[in-house]
Every structure is written in structure tokens, then in C-alpha cells.
Design a protein around this ligand. Structure first.
Ligand SMILES: [Zn+2]
Length: 213
């Protein structure tokens, strides 16, 4: 990846995509530090809204507690609010694992219009390796952070809660999450769709790809 010329005097807006287990959280965090821009995860935004008990947080909580996916409109509402913050207007962002669907990509383009994203990075991690990582992953039930099981501690670094296995890291569920990625996210990455004129989704040149560490 080109280093120096990505740090510009204008906002840099990047989305990092990849199948479950490809290391999106880790790599998005690193890229955000390198670029000097905020790392934005819709999962963390929603957790923060729920913690705060904001109106969208209270609505989202019902879905989380029922074990259901939080509807796009709520995800987009919390994202839209974050994208309005001064640090993001000034510096840009690295968006972690979003959008996952064409509908979300279209909605994101609308939020960012007229500028759009500057780049989309796909983390290329083979399915088998990603599945192994997911099987070895522990998650904090309290704050939602995930760590690899070979981590030295059974407690969350952030809040000290005992780490647990995520229900959706079981083998069958991993399989279906990979299928969702192939069917819903992959079309965003192979150049077969276009959303806004300004969006890199329309790029004919493949963006230099980053390998997951
Ligand atoms: Zn925690």
C-alpha cells in the first residue's frame, strides 16, 4: 500500500472488508493509527448507544437481547450521528467491517455524498484459516471485545470480565456466516455493482489488497 501520499490534508475515508475471521477489527485499528483517523466500528457504536440508553440504543437493545440482527436503519442512524462528529469531518475514518450488503453500501454512499469513500480494503484470509481463528476466539460478554484464545489471560483486558466463547463462532454458524459474506458482501468487492459515481465500488482498477496478519 502506498504510505505517505495517503496521509493528506483532507479527510481520508476507508472501509475495511473481509470475511468473518479475517481480522477486520485488528487491521482496521492499525490502519486508523497509521492514517491518524478514527476507527469506526458499527458494533461498538451500537454498544455505546445501548450503554448510554439513547433512543436508538434502547430500540437496538431489544434486538440484541432477542439474539437478532439489529436492523440497518438503527445501525445507519448511529453511524450517521458519528460521521457528523468534528474529528471525522476533519480527518476521515477507517470503517471496520461495514458495509456488509449492497443496501448498506448504497446507504453509506448517501451519507457520505458527495465525497464517497476514498478506498475499500479487502482482507484476504483463506476460509480455512479464518474458520480456525474464529474457533479459537473468545469474546468479552460485557464490552464485546474479542481476543484470540492463546491470549495469556482469561479476563478481558479492557474491563476485567471473564471471556467466553461466542455462540456464532460454532462450526455450523461459521459456515453460514461465510455464506452470507460470499452472497451479500462479495458482490461489493468484485466490481459487479455500482452505487454512487464517487464511490470506489465503481472502480475498474482493483485497489491494492492487504493481506491479513
Ligand atoms: Zn470487556
Amino acid at each position: 500500500m502506498r504510505g505517505g501520499d495517503m496521509v493528506a490534508n483532507r479527510p481520508v475515508r476507508v472501509a475495511v472488508l473481509g470475511r468473518p475471521g479475517s481480522g477486520k477489527g485488528t487491521q482496521s485499528g492499525r490502519l486508523a493509527r497509521v492514517l491518524g483517523v478514527p476507527h469506526v466500528s458499527t458494533g461498538e457504536l451500537l454498544r455505546a448507544e445501548i450503554e448510554r440508553g439513547s433512543p436508538v440504543g434502547r430500540r437496538a437493545q431489544e434486538f440484541v437481547e432477542a439474539g437478532q440482527l439489529v436492523p440497518d436503519e438503527m445501525v445507519l442512524e448511529s453511524l450517521a450521528e458519528r460521521l457528523d462528529d468534528a474529528d471525522i469531518e476533519r480527518d476521515g475514518f477507517v470503517l471496520d467491517g461495514f458495509p456488509r450488503t449492497i443496501d448498506q453500501a448504497v446507504a453509506l454512499d448517501a451519507l457520505l455524498a458527495p465525497a464517497g469513500l476514498d478506498a475499500v480494503v479487502e482482507l484476504m484470509v483463506p476460509e480455512r484459516e479464518a474458520a480456525e481463528r474464529l474457533g479459537a476466539r473468545l469474546v468479552c460478554p460485557e464490552c464485546g471485545r474479542s481476543v484470540s484464545r492463546d491470549q495469556r489471560s482469561a479476563l478481558c483486558d479492557h474491563c476485567g470480565t471473564v471471556l467466553a466463547r461466542r455462540a456464532d463462532d460454532d462450526v455450523d454458524v461459521i459456515r453460514s456466516r461465510f455464506d452470507v459474506f460470499e452472497n451479500e458482501t462479495r458482490p461489493l468487492l468484485n466490481g459487479s455493482i455500482s452505487t454512487a459515481d464517487s464511490s470506489p465500488w465503481t472502480a475498474t482498477e482493483p485497489f491494492p489488497k492487504s493481506r491479513g496478519a
